[in-house]
Design a protein around this ligand. Structure first.
Ligand code: NAD
Length: 282
């Protein structure tokens, strides 16, 4: 009999998630009987306060683990027995593994961005980077940027207190002065090697870009976290003037690659998962 893996995703409004297809197709290719269930709080008419009940139910039903998404990534932490160092540093969990009666929280989002970046822009200058957006994804992406060895990160958020909180955490972990809060995009981008968009701008529901197109120049690299659509206005504009770019698909795929490995103990074929993701269309 094939080894079985039973996992799921808890979050709100997750019906369009690509995770079930991505995990199950790879599980099949690896010879596993792999089931990935959506536990959609919106569909169930439940709130975040249902988390303890859902975690216990999943554990008792024999789930191997759960992915956790908005709005539960922080709220799940009190119900776990242990955290990986990255999840602890980020204060956010997107993957919970149930093993030997213990619940361990991991964060594979930052790894997803880092791995997507390494593959898409392997040889770009990692000097000064300007990141727009310091929310949930932004905190993970900023952690990835400094882990990738970027020298200095300027964080710009319409809510400067968010940028300040993320910068303070980064400076504690990576050393003083590595992250600063920016207020003027033109000044920050003028001296940058690359920019990262970690705001929702570029999604259909949030059209536009976090910076004026006039600030882009061909020597800047541009990395995006929005992946729905895969080609955002920012990427389209940047590509048109010759910037090198990384789309948000890398983060989405590689967080799943690492979660698959944590859930199953099997190292998935990352390239096959990437191609499958790309074939799902924008
Ligand atoms: P969030 O609401 O937690 O954070 C967004 C942040 O952007 C907020 O702090 C907000 O103040 C800031 N912001 C909004 N407009 C801005 C602007 N014009 N300039 C500067 N800052 C601005 O949201 P989130 O969970 O961090 O998600 C952000 C985006 O990342 C979403 O579009 C989501 O789809 C995407 N995302 C992608 C992946 C992936 O795997 N590729 C993973 C997680 C999230």
């Amino acid at each position: 009999m094939r080894p079985t893996v039973l996992v799921g995703l808890i979050g709100t409004g997750i019906q369009a998630s690509r995770s079930p297809a991505l995990h199950m197709r790879e599980g099949e290719a690896q010879g596993l009987s792999y089931q990935y269930k959506l536990i959609d709080l919106t569909r169930l008419g439940l709130g975040v306060d249902a988390l303890p009940e859902l975690l216990t139910a999943a554990e008792r039903l024999g789930f191997d683990g759960l992915n956790i998404t908005h709005p539960c990534k922080q709220a799940v932490i009190p119900y776990l027995d242990a955290l990986s160092p990255d999840a602890r540093a980020l204060g956010a969990v997107n993957t919970v593994v149930f093993k030997d009666g213990k619940r361990t929280g991991h964060n594979t989002d930052w790894y997803g961005f880092a791995e997507g970046f390494r593959r898409a822009l392997p040889d770009v200058n990692r000097g000064h980077v300007v990141q727009f957006g310091a929310g949930g994804a932004g905190a993970a992406v900023a952690h990835a940027a400094l882990t990738l060895g970027m020298t200095q990160l300027t964080l710009i958020d319409v809510d400067p207190s968010r940028a300040a909180t993320v910068a303070a955490g980064l400076n504690e972990r990576f050393g003083p002065g590595r992250a600063v809060v920016g207020t003027d995009a033109a000044t920050a981008v003028a001296g940058a090697d690359g920019i990262i968009n970690a705001t929702p701008l570029g999604m259909d529901a949030h059209p536009g870009m976090a910076l004026p197109a006039s600030l882009l120049r061909p020597a800047l690299w541009v990395a995006e976290v929005v992946y729905f659509p895969l080609e955002t206005e920012l990427l389209r504009t940047a590509r048109a003037i010759g910037c090198r770019t990384a789309d948000g698909g890398g983060m989405a795929v590689f967080q799943a690659v690492e979660a698959f490995r944590l859930f199953s103990g099997v190292t998935p074929d990352a390239e096959r998962m990437r191609q499958h993701f790309a074939s799902m269309g924008a």
